[in-house]
Design a binder for this molecule. Structure first.
Ligand SMILES: *Cc1c(COP(=O)(O)O)cnc(C)c1O
Length: 427
């Protein structure tokens, strides 16, 4: 199994290289040369398989030259002590991806990535330092995923006072190999500082710096698994995927190409609708991102479009992916309505839900559940967005994992949004 840059077919690399470098030297993203197929015996027995076993049968094809079977098995057992259940709610199916330690689907990618990094770097004595900027959610999943992993330390930069108290505790409450820097500035400042650090000769000499952002293939591959597993529970599902950077939907498309029995997908966005527009018009126009209630999806230039575009022409993509966007007003309305029917959605998952409803009204989707089986991909637990829900008069109890995080004390250092400050802090 070889990986190539989206920008050139000339320099194939191994999974190990693609994972540990993140971005190809020419600035492209790594994609597989040939997308592997699931074994037919696996497809026919999906309904009875445990999540870990589906994970093994899916991921083995992508990593087999670099991670031996026995090691992969161990890695999966320690990554996924939780499940990805499909539940029936208010007349639809919901694929709940929030049963991990930080209560969002990013746990699936981050936990596997951490273990893969640790294994692929075995025997190296210089520790690896992961430097990452976060607007809230990613930082928590990365911090938690790498917590206690030997030979790797993590430094998370976040905008001081602009993330929720819960998010801050998830990032800055762990200690050990995880440290947190509260930057007096915006998320963009945090990102700029991280970029500058990667370009700084002194820091590069002193540390082995790596990034853990969502374009890394080792975060994407484990996300294929829950699509494969869910297609064993609901036959020929239509997955509605709340999307921002489109890593999640890209993973779904890989599951489809691997042969999982999936009908098609909805690219569900908030008003940052670059991809729904592309699906409608055929031209890809990046936009400046606008702030919404589903803030983890406020992306105007989705980084994984480059991958999708490398695998599918516009005509091909339109056959498998429907686009739909949802406004904040519609998001609020959906949360209230579905709540009154007995299920609580977070703002991101509500976008996925309402995209289905809007496509039904447009007559694009059949109303018959036996023909069209929408599965809403639920990306976060509603309690992560308690403030938004409270404004709608809905109280949500924290799940045990978040309850535990709330009891931690956030310990971070504050720095100015200046590179000299970051450097002084690191050295
Ligand atoms: C990151 C995130 C998304 C968007 O996922 P992409 O893979 O970037 O499209 C959606 N919902 C939540 C809760 C997230 O944290």
């Amino acid at each position: 199994m070889k990986y190539y840059s989206t920008k050139s077919k000339n320099n194939p690399v191994s999974f190990a290289k693609a994972a540990l470098t993140g971005l190809a030297p020419d600035g492209g993203l790594y994609i597989p040369g040939d997308i592997p197929k699931l074994d037919s015996t696996v497809i026919s027995s999906l309904a009875d398989m445990k999540y870990i076993d589906v994970a093994f049968e899916t991921i083995k094809h992508w990593v087999k030259e670099d991670i031996p079977s026995g090691v992969l098995e161990e890695m999966l057992i320690s990554s996924y002590p939780f499940d990805a259940p499909v539940v029936e709610a208010a007349g639809r199916y919901v694929l709940e991806l929030f049963h991990g330690p930080t209560a969002a689907f990013k746990d699936f990618g981050a936990r596997f990535m951490a273990r893969a990094f640790s294994y692929l770097r075995r025997g190296e004595d210089k520790p690896l330092t992961i430097l990452t900027a976060t607007s809230g959610d990613t930082g928590g999943a990365v911090a938690d995923g790498f917590f206690g992993i030997e030979g790797i330390s993590v430094i998370v930069l976040y905008p001081k006072g602009r993330i929720s108290p819960l998010q801050e505790k998830q990032i800055a409450g762990l200690g050990n190999n995880i440290s947190a820097l509260a930057v007096e500035g915006s998320f963009d400042d945090c990102q700029r500082l991280v970029k500058q650090a990667f370009q700084d000769q002194d820091l590069q000499k002193k540390f082995n710096l790596a990034s853990a952002n969502s374009i890394n293939v080792s975060r994407l591959i484990p996300q294929i698994v829950y699509y494969v597993a869910a297609s064993g529970r609901v036959h020929k599902p239509l997955f509605s995927v709340p999307s921002g950077n489109f890593g999640n939907l890209t993973a779904g498309l890989y599951a489809f190409k691997m042969g999982a029995p999936i009908h098609r997908f909805i690219a569900a966005t908030n008003i940052n609708k670059t991809i729904p527009d592309y699906l409608e018009t055929g031209s890809y126009l990046e936009q400046l991102s606008k702030a919404t209630l589903s803030n983890a999806m406020d992306v105007g230039a989705p980084s994984n479009f480059e991958r999708i575009n490398a695998h599918f022409s516009w005509e091909e993509l339109k056959e498998i992916v429907l686009g739909m966007y949802v406004s904040d007003e519609e998001t609020r309305q959906t949360i209230k309505e579905v709540f009154s029917n007995g299920y609580c959605l977070d703002p991101h998952s509500a976008v996925g839900w309402q995209a289905v409803t809007k496509l039904k009204h447009k007559g694009v989707l059949s109303n018959e559940k036996s023909i069209e089986k929408p599965v809403i991909v639920s990306t976060a637990h509603p309690a992560k967005f308690g403030e938004t829900l409270e404004e709608l008069g809905i109280q949500v109890a924290l799940p045990a994992s978040l309850e535990k995080a709330m009891q931690r004390t956030a310990q971070s250092k504050t720095i100015k949004a200046e590179f000299a400050d970051l450097k002084a802090e690191l050295c």
